[in-house]
Design a protein around this ligand. Structure first.
Ligand code: UN1
Length: 497
């Protein structure tokens, strides 16, 4: 029997105001209906936002260590439910089970990390310039956070946005990606079991086209935290500016691995395989360009193609499968259109470049791991985010050219170098203009205790995770306490004679 999942508003599971719903199907098998979800409209968003505002006022008064304790419980419950949530995630978005387990694990890590902030959330105390005066800064919650999250990390990214926000005294209304609502429904169940007060975490499912604007412009919203495409993020930024809302954006990437002539090739190949085809290439951090030194280009490429062709495609629930389907038919069309563009631009298609319909994959959105060679820096496949299993190999003369090409994109999320030369590694670390950088590891694999995000078109200067998250989800308040019993004029009374 098909389960109908509800919205979660003010601690209650409720139908959408319009009563409309939509289907959630398995991208590995279009015949499999996973569940029915609410198709929300502006009224649902309004209810959720008002509930969040009322709840936030009380939640902010709960001592932060208590809020942190609740987050420890959330982490424990997620640990207990890890396998079940991972399996549902594989069913709704396709990536292989080891990866969906990793996705939930990233949420568990974030729960324990954010929980600790309940007893930290450091501010500053500084000397005051007047006698008998005290100066300090304290962190204040921002208020109501509207989180708009993508389908590629259906648990991890919602936890990056909601866990620190909640420990820091905010309330959250989240709209998960249309394609992956179930993972966020599970998060709401976890919060419910952990005993989070009603209204602090709310889920409104539905399409961005229908409720995206309401999520951004609602009068109760103080901050919008968005992860998704640069096109939508930019539009959100413009709308938010008009409505005076704070915005934290994580958008696209066009990440490169640079393979130098002294690199350990086995290691670089393994990294390029994982970075390029892990999550079927659907990570913001995915390796979509390999910039390889001419001396090793041929050997690297030959071996890369051989290894890519050995990857096993199929249902992500099968433990022998390496690469799951793309998330949807729409995504498959986009990916394929880029393959056509690459061919038309004159890049050499070495492998892949077409849908895969092998045994067990007839009814899914599978696409063969695809490698282009002889890609030039100004080709569209070298510049635009594809978000699929398509890797472009660019051959270079030396490190300088590699770094130059690595930086020659409108994005700045992640970069990597494979080399045994510490000097080259440090030069690249300094000169590659990205928010994440890896030495002898691929472009994917960030850990939650460091800031996550990128430069240029990838973001708007903010970072998620790590201590950087505190600055997104808090306002600073500078507090001066004058215990002199008289008026002391700053910058004047301590200098005027
Ligand atoms: C994303 O690609 O949207 O660093 C997030 C990584 C993961 C997170 C990726 N920890 O690849």
């Amino acid at each position: 029997m098909t389960v109908e999942y509800k919205n979660y508003i003010n601690g209650k599971w409720v139908e959408s105001a319009s009563g409309r719903t939509y289907e959630n199907r398995n991208p590995a098998n279009a015949d499999e209906l996973i569940g029915i979800h609410q198709r929300s409209n502006a009224d649902d968003v309004d209810r959720a936002m008002r509930a969040a505002r009322a709840a936030q006022k009380k939640w902010a008064l709960v001592p932060a260590p208590k809020r942190g304790e609740l987050m420890f419980r959330v982490g424990d419950i997620l640990k207990r439910r890890k396998e079940e949530i991972a399996r549902d995630m594989t069913r709704e978005m396709g990536k292989v089970i080891v990866e969906t387990r990793g996705d939930v694990q990233e949420g568990i890590d974030m729960a324990f990390y954010a929980a600790g902030e309940g007893r930290r959330s450091f501010g500053q105390t500084v000397p005051a310039e007047m006698p008998n005066k005290f100066a300090m800064s304290v962190r204040m919650p921002v208020g109501v956070v509207a989180a708009i999250t993508p389908w590629n990390f259906p648990v991890a990214i919602p936890t990056w946005k909601s866990f620190p926000a909640i420990v820091l005294g905010n309330a959250v209304v989240i709209k998960p990606a249309t394609l992956t609502p179930l993972s966020v429904i599970h998060l709401a169940e976890v919060f419910e079991e952990a005993g989070l007060p009603a209204g602090v975490f709310n889920v409104v499912t539905g399409s961005g086209a229908e409720i995206g604007d309401d999520m951004v412009t609602h009068k109760e919203v103080n901050l919008i935290s968005f992860t998704g495409s640069t096109k939508i993020g930019t539009a959100i930024s413009v709308t938010a500016a008009k409505h005076g809302k704070r915005v934290c954006l994580e958008m696209g990437g066009k990440n490169a691995i640079m393979v130098m002539d002294d690199a350990k090739l086995d290691l670089a190949l393994e990294g390029a395989l994982w970075g390029g085809f892990g999550t079927t290439g659907q990570r913001c951090t995915a390796t979509s360009r390999i910039i390889v030194h001419k001396k090793v280009a041929q050997e690297f490429t030959d071996r890369y193609v051989t290894q890519a062709e050995k990857l096993r495609l199929g249902s992500g629930l099968d433990p022998n499968v390496d690469v799951g389907p793309l998330v949807s038919e729409g995504q498959l069309k986009t990916v394929h259109s880029y393959v056509e563009i690459g061919k038309a631009e004159g890049a050499e298609l070495l492998t892949g470049g077409e849908r895969y319909t092998g045994p067990g994959c007839e009814k899914g959105s599978f696409y063969k791991p695809t490698i282009f060679y002889n890609v030039k820096r100004d080709m569209r496949i070298a510049k635009e985010e594809i978000f699929g299993p398509v890797v472009s190999i660019i051959v270079v003369e030396d490190l300088d050219e590699a770094i130059d090409i690595c930086n020659d994109t409108e994005y700045g999320l992640s970069g990597a170098i494979y080399t045994q030369d510490v000097n080259k590694a440090f030069v690249a670390m300094r000169d590659v203009h990205t928010g994440l950088f890896y030495v002898n590891a691929p472009t994917i694999g960030a850990e939650i205790q460091l800031p996550f995000g990128g430069t240029k078109g990838t973001g708007n200067g903010h970072r998620e995770a790590g201590t950087a998250a505190l600055d997104v989800f808090c306002e600073w308040k500078a507090v001066y306490v004058d215990f002199s019993g008289k008026l002391q004029r700053a910058q004047i009374d301590n200098f005027e004679k």
